[in-house]
Design a protein around this ligand. Structure first.
Ligand code: GRF
Length: 214
């Protein structure tokens, strides 16, 4: 299955996908392009190093968000993408892309949704909020993208324990290492092997693949 990965930053989640592919853990996944809204995103270097087409498509170069969204949809279709993975992509997708890829866009969010998510809740802020609230368990969620912010069907979640001496930075790193970099490749593997189905708007994985812990 052909996959486009959308990025804005460092691309460690993209790297987790590329490493899983290189290790033979994503037999049905073919990464056809990486698209960034920022030309200085290090994720683009990671894509090039893996021999994957790396492109920059910035909203600033378009007259309107609608025009940007249409161009993004057309690029995804031109690349033959059947699945879109948002791996730290900080642009909100518009209607054209959402309609063309209904239930075919995955996002990784660094908390256990519905905690610490929604508008303006991204990056280090998520972990600052978790620490301020005093939760003892946080984690990461892979979910499908719909019109809302972090409201689409949840596919996989993994919990990470909060430590008394955690800082937002230490918690962010542990959530990435122990949860994000594990469940994003796993979600892509399940989806590309046809193991994901929907019942009444809820995403499920086939029984033998539903175990969340490695
Ligand atoms: C990750 O924390 C991810 O959960 C969030 O954005 C960050 C991206 O980091 N959506 P990276 O670019 O993959 O290193």
């Amino acid at each position: 299955m052909k996959i486009a990965v959308l990025v804005s930053g460092g691309g460690t989640n993209l790297q987790a996908l590329l490493d899983a592919k290189a290790a033979g853990k994503l037999p049905e996944a073919e990464f056809v392009c990486v698209i960034s809204n920022r030309k200085d995103a290090y994720a683009l270097e990671r894509a090039k190093a893996a021999g994957i087409d790396a492109q920059v498509l910035s909203p600033r170069r378009f007259a309107s968000r609608e025009a940007y969204d249409t161009a993004l949809r057309d690029l995804l279709i031109a690349k033959g993408a059947e699945l879109v993975v948002l791996a730290g992509f900080l642009v909100v997708l518009g209607r054209e892309v959402l309609h063309a890829y209904r239930n075919r866009i995955l996002n990784i969010h660094p908390s256990l949704i519905p905690s610490f998510c929604g508008d303006g809740c991204y990056g280090l802020k998520v972990h600052e909020m978790a620490l301020a609230r005093g939760v003892k368990v946080t984690g990461a969620t892979v979910h499908f993208v719909d019109e809302g912010t972090d409201t689409g069907p949840i596919l996989l979640q993994k919990a990470v324990a909060v430590r008394e001496d955690d800082t937002p930075e230490s918690l962010q790193l542990r959530v990435m290492q122990e949860a994000e970099w594990q469940i994003l490749p796993k979600a892509v593997d399940l989806f590309t092997r046809g193991k994901v189905h929907f019942t009444n708007g809820i995403a499920w994985t086939s029984a033998e693949d539903s175990e969340q812990e490695e």
